[in-house]
Each structure stands twice: as C-alpha cells, then as structure tokens.
Design a binder for this molecule. Structure first.
Ligand code: PGA
Length: 250
C-alpha cells in the first residue's frame, strides 16, 4: 500500500474560495515554500481541480485533492462528482467527512462509509475529518464522539492511505484554538485506535481549526500530530509562515 510520503503535512482546504486569481496567488506562496520539508496538499473546488493540478502540483511535494466525493457511482445524480471521475482526472485524493458537509448536507456515518469505499476503489487517498461540537465538549463527550466517528474508517485503515484530521467544530473558522493538551488528548485516543487495529503503516494525524501564523509555531511543537489541515488562511500570504514553522519542527 502506498503511504503518504512525509510526516510534516500541510493540508489546505480552500473550501468555496477559489478563482484563477487566487490560484495565481497560491502558486506564488507555494514557490516560497519550495524546498521546505513538507508534504503539501491543496483541496480545491471541483471546477478548478485540473488547473490547480497543472499549476501547483508541478512542485514535487504538492498534491491536489478534491474536497468531497459522491457516494454514488454513475448516472442519475445531477451535480454529483464520482470517485471514478476524480481518478480519471489523476487527482490524488479527497477530503471525506468535513464537519461542514456533515452538518450542511446531513452526511451520516453510513454515507461517509460509502464515500470511503468509492474513494478506495478508485485509488484516492483520503483525509478523514472528525471532531466534536462545543456542547459535546462541554458535556465531556469528546472522546466518545471521536471513537464513534473513527469507527467508520476502521475497516479501511489497512486498505488505503488515510490521514485523520482532528477538527473540533467550535474551532473551525472561529479564531478559537484548543489548548495543546486538549489536542494531544484526542490525538492519543486516535493513536490508540490505530494501534488497536494493528495498522501496518503510520497514519498521519492532523490538527485543523483556526490555524494561522500566530498559533502555528506553538501548535507545531506537539509531537502527537503530524501536521495541519488549514482552511481560511491557506489562500493568504500567512500560509507561508505556517508552512515554515511546520517544516522547522524536529
Ligand atoms: P479554518 O478551517 O482553518 O478556517 O478554521 C479549517 C477547516 O475547515 O478545515
């Protein structure tokens, strides 16, 4: 099984923010990061995948992902994009289970499991997102929520390259970031789950939620995570500094 190459992962989720102008800017930020010790992923909206692949993925450590994939395989699903299509476009992988999709498009564990299956069958790598809401954290349910979400990928851990991104919902786009020890507690739980499954390769664990140039240095110190999933700041110049902090860590 082909695993992701590096353990300093700078994964970027552009969300619904892309244009040719933004791609130009991102291209210039990434040129500044050329030569850094990073595994860079940009998850790009569907219409821009091919352009992004042409322009950004010419650097050896950059790969283009989709932000989602359909649970369906073919035909009567207007507006959907299948895993077969992504493979046909030579796209490396896809995010699955982002909390915005879970919340806005009612994506249940069953739907996510089907999406993982489709991605796997079409040789797509997967960034699988998990994370608790603020009320769940306040009720001390974080670890049980995490365990339930992880159960979806359990059958696939040894089958396909997977990154697990811990993104507390209350930290996404809010400027609030958990304390390092709160992230480490969850990362440890994820690591325990992976070890129990006797996975034959190291699965990168990412942290996501309001990562920016102010907090990236401190967040990079955590040995229990292998990198970040960055949203809002990935189309801004500060992504360069975030990448540099990550690259410099031991
Ligand atoms: P944010 O988003 O960095 O803007 O908080 C992260 C994400 O949604 O993946």
């Amino acid at each position: 099984m082909k695993q992701p190459p590096s353990m300093k992962v700078l994964a970027c989720n552009m969300k619904m923010a892309c244009s040719f102008e933004i791609l130009d800017q991102v291209e210039s930020f990434l040129k500044t990061l050329d030569g850094e010790d990073l595994d860079i992923i940009y998850a790009v909206p569907f219409p821009y995948l091919t352009q992004a692949d042409k322009r950004l993925a010419s650097q050896k450590n950059i790969r283009i992902f989709a932000q989602d994939v359909s649970q369906f395989t073919e035909n009567a699903h207007t507006g959907e994009v299948s895993a077969e299509m992504l493979e046909d476009l030579s796209i490396t992988g896809t995010i699955i289970g982002h909390s915005e999709r879970r919340a806005q498009f009612n994506e249940s564990n069953d739907v996510l499991e089907t999406k993982i299956l489709r991605a796997m069958k079409n040789n797509l790598q997967i960034i699988f997102c998990i994370g608790e809401s603020e009320p769940q954290r306040n009720k001390n349910e974080t670890l049980s929520v995490i365990r339930d979400q992880l159960s979806v990928i359990q059958p696939f851990l040894n089958e396909t390259p997977i990154y697990i991104a811990y993104e507390p919902i209350w930290a996404i786009g809010t400027g609030k970031v958990p304390q390092n020890k709160q992230i480490e507690e969850v990362a440890l739980e994820i690591r325990k789950f992976i070890e129990k499954e006797e996975c034959n390769s190291k699965i990168p664990i990412l942290y996501g939620g309001s990562v920016n140039e102010q907090n990236a240095e401190d967040l990079s110190k955590m040995e229990s995570i292998d990198g970040f999933l960055v949203g809002g700041c990935c189309i801004k110049p500060e992504i360069v500094q975030v990448g540099k902090y990550l690259s410099k860590r031991k």
